[in-house]
Design a protein around this ligand. Structure first.
Ligand SMILES: Nc1ncnc2c1ncn2[C@@H]1O[C@H](COP(=O)(O)OP(=O)(O)O)[C@@H](O)[C@H]1O
Ligand SMILES: [Mg+2]
Length: 301
């Protein structure tokens, strides 16, 4: 598949300017869904994350790019409540999320997926989806003595799971073990599962990495559809063609910091970006299009 064959770009839909001023690190957004300040996290002597200020625009697709080790996954872990920062404050929809565990953040409408899928191999695809539903009413004492309510909710959860599986073309795999899925299908399952809680803000850590080219278009379409359905997306991606193609905004990290941000075309011309990141990758078409794949469709690094 040539890059030019990818679905029509969504750039046409993003006529509105997302930032309040010229693109620069930390520029305020007109309607931010997430605002983060002074977020730091060190491991030993390594400053994995040191983000002074960043805002993620609502109803847009923001790409988070940067070289390996830049701190992208660590930032995701912090923002989503899977890890705690040394310092920092952040607000989701104007409410602090600092110190809020991941499951609570999910209930408020913010979910994330993992760079290495956390799909549980010993569950069937359908059970894995059900587990993705937010804290179930059946878990509380009141509802556990009201089996009808509990059963009604179980049914609702299953129905939602089936609708999402259909959408992600995994319905015929619903009774298979997740272990039997290809790398790309697992990525799809993980994305579908994240949607069980009907989120507003979806953080995707390398959703396209290791995915067979045949599934890339489908994953791209799903990411674009999240926005069409009103969600906000922040995703980590190495392939600059993908980024240019679907991102409305790009945030660049290097050595833990935000070194640049702006609309894709602008950011990719930025000297700091070219120095920090693109210099070594710009003409390489890294990633999905030219990568090599094993029989299962997993990218060979
Ligand atoms: N749990 C951890 N323990 C020690 N060091 C870590 C841990 N997680 C991340 N790091 C370090 O933090 C830095 C940022 O890593 P990471 O967030 O995974 O980068 P990216 O996702 O941008 O590739 C790297 O130097 C990495 O080695
Ligand atoms: Mg990472």
């Amino acid at each position: 598949m040539a890059t030019e064959d990818l679905a029509p770009t969504v750039h046409g839909e993003k006529a509105v300017d997302l930032a309040t001023g010229p693109a620069r690190p930390g520029v305020p957004k007109k309607d931010p869904i997430l605002v983060a300040d002074h977020i730091t996290r060190s491991f030993g002597g390594v400053h994995a994350v040191d983000v002074d200020h960043v805002e993620i625009p609502r109803h847009a697709i923001t790409a988070l790019i940067g070289p390996n080790g830049a701190g992208k996954t660590t930032l995701f872990n912090l923002l989503s409540g899977f890890d705690r920062p040394d310092t920092g404050e952040w607000e989701f929809n104007g409410r602090s999320l600092a110190g809020i565990p991941a499951w609570k953040a999910a209930r408020r409408g913010q979910v994330r997926t993992f760079q290495l899928t956390k799909v549980l191999n010993r569950l069937t695809v359908l059970d894995s989806m059900k587990l993705g539903a937010s804290k179930q009413k059946g878990e509380s004492l009141l509802f556990s003595v009201l089996p009808f309510t509990w059963r009604a909710q179980e049914k609702q959860i299953e129905e939602r799971a089936l609708v999402l599986l259909e959408k992600f073309r995994l319905l015929d795999k619903k009774d298979d073990y997740a272990a039997a899925l290809s790398g790309g299908q697992r990525k799809l399952l993980e994305m579908a599962r994240a949607l069980m809680t009907d989120p507003e803000f979806v953080l995707l850590d390398e959703p396209m990495a290791g995915v067979n080219p045949a599934l890339v278009q489908s994953l791209l379409d799903h990411v674009v559809n999240l926005k069409r359905e009103g969600m906000t997306v922040l995703f980590v991606e190495h392939d600059m063609h993908m980024v240019r193609h679907i991102a409305d905004w790009v945030v660049v990290m290097a050595e833990g910091r935000v070194v640049a941000e702006g609309p894709p075309q602008e950011v990719m011309k930025d000297e700091a970006v070219v120095d920090a990141y693109l210099g070594s990758h710009l003409d390489q078409d890294i990633g999905v299009i030219t990568g090599r794949y094993d029989e299962e469709g997993n990218r060979i690094p």
